[in-house]
Design a protein around this ligand. Structure first.
Ligand code: NAP
Length: 295
C-alpha cells in the first residue's frame, strides 16, 4: 500500500468493530484496481455517531460502512437517505458526495446478488424468510420486489406487521406472517422454492443449532443462511446433504461490500478479490480462534 498526501480515506464505524471483515475486503479491492485509497476500522459507540459524522465532513473521509449499533443512529446526521434505507430505518453505507453525506442500505442488494450469482431463481417463486431483525427486514424488502409470494416467520411475529403491510402495499407481493414454531416452518417449506435464514440461530458459539429440521429440506429448494460465522452453518450442512442449492452467508457479505465499493468508487467491484480476502480472514480467524464481528 502506497500511502501519500493524496490517499483517499474510507472506513467502517461500529462497536465492536475490530473484527470486521470489511477492511480486508475493501483494501484488497482498492489495491486490485490500483486506487490510492485506504480503509480503516473506527470504534464508534452510538452516542458518538454525531461526532464521527462531523469528523467525516471535516476530514473529507470519502465513504463509511456502518455496522451495529450505529445503523439507525447515523440517519439524523445525513443529508440524504435512499428510499430503501429510509424505509428500513437503517444505513450501512455512507458516501461523502462533495460534502453531502448520502446514506444507503446494501444488505438487501447483497443478498439478492448472492442468490442470483449462485444460480437461484426468484421471479415467480415462493420465498420463506426466517427472522425479523435488521438483516431479515433488508433481505425481505429487497427480495419481495421479485418473488411472487413471501412468508415471513419470526420468533416474535408482531415485529413483522409493519414490514408485511408495507411490502403488500408497495410491491403487491402476497405476504404471510407467522412464527418460527416447528409446525409453521415445516408447513411453509412444503411448497417453498427459496429459504433464507436471517436469524442469528446457528451463529458461533451455538453452531449445532438450526430452526429447520433436515427432513423438511429437499433438492428443489435454494437455501441461503446469512450467518457467516461459521462459514458453513448446521442449516447449510443439512441443506447440502438434502441436495438443495446452498448459498453461504459469506456470499451476501461479499456482495453487500461490493455494492458499497461501487457506490463509493463508481467502478465495478473486483468480487473475486474481495471473496479471497474475506475467506482468508475467516480461515485465519478459524485457525486462531479469533471472534468475528459484523460486516
Ligand atoms: N451475511 C451478511 O452479510 C450478514 C449481514 C447482516 C447480518 N448477518 C447475520 O445475520 C444474523 C442476524 O442479524 P441482525 O442484524 O438481523 O440481528 P438482530 O437484529 O439482532 O435479529 C436477530 C434475529 O434472530 C432471531 N433470533 C435470535 N435468537 C433466536 C432463537 N433462539 N430462535 C428464533 N429466533 C431467534 C431474532 O428473533 P426476535 O425478533 O424474536 O428476537 C431476530 O429475528 C446475525 O447472525 C448476523 O451476523 C449477516
Amino acid at each position: 500500500m502506497n500511502l501519500s498526501g493524496k490517499t483517499a480515506v474510507y472506513g467502517v464505524i461500529g462497536d465492536p468493530v475490530a473484527h470486521s471483515l470489511s477492511p480486508a475486503m475493501q483494501n484488497a479491492a482498492f489495491e486490485a484496481l490500483g486506487l490510492n485509497s485506504v480503509f480503516l476500522a473506527f470504534q464508534v459507540p452510538a452516542v458518538k455517531v454525531e461526532f464521527a459524522l462531523r469528523g467525516m465532513r471535516g476530514l473529507g473521509i470519502c465513504g463509511l460502512n456502518v455496522t451495529m449499533p450505529d445503523k439507525n443512529a447515523v440517519i439524523p446526521h445525513l443529508d440524504e437517505v435512499d428510499e430503501t434505507a429510509r424505509f428500513l430505518g437503517s444505513v450501512n453505507t455512507i458516501l461523502n458526495d462533495s460534502g453531502k453525506l448520502r446514506g444507503f442500505s446494501t444488505d438487501g442488494a447483497g443478498a439478492h446478488r448472492a442468490l442470483i450469482e449462485n444460480g437461484a431463481e426468484l421471479a415467480k417463486k415462493k420465498l420463506v424468510v426466517l427472522g425479523g431483525g435488521g438483516a431479515a427486514k433488508a433481505v425481505a424488502y429487497t427480495l419481495a420486489q421479485e418473488v411472487a409470494e413471501l412468508t415471513l416467520l419470526n420468533r416474535t411475529p408482531q415485529k413483522l406487521a409493519d414490514l408485511a403491510k408495507a411490502i403488500t402495499q408497495k410491491f403487491q407481493t402476497k405476504v404471510t406472517v407467522g412464527s418460527t414454531s416447528p409446525n409453521e416452518i415445516q408447513r411453509s417449506l412444503q411448497d417453498a422454492d427459496v429459504l433464507v435464514n436471517a436469524t442469528s440461530v446457528g451463529m458461533h458459539p451455538h453452531t449445532a443449532q438450526s430452526l429447520v429440521k433436515p427432513e423438511w429440506l429437499k433438492p428443489t429448494l435454494t437455501v441461503m443462511d446469512i450467518v457467516y460465522n461459521p462459514e458453513e452453518t448446521k442449516l447449510a450442512q443439512d441443506a447440502k446433504a438434502a441436495g438443495a442449492r446452498v448459498v453461504s452467508g459469506v456470499e451476501m457479505l461479499i456482495y453487500q461490500g461490493a455494492a458499497s465499493f461501487e457506490i463509493w468508487t463508481g467502478k465495478p467491484a473486483p468480487v473475486e478479490v474481495m471473496r479471497n480476502a474475506a475467506q482468508n480472514q475467516l480461515k485465519h480467524r478459524a485457525s486462531g480462534g479469533d471472534g468475528i464481528g459484523e460486516s
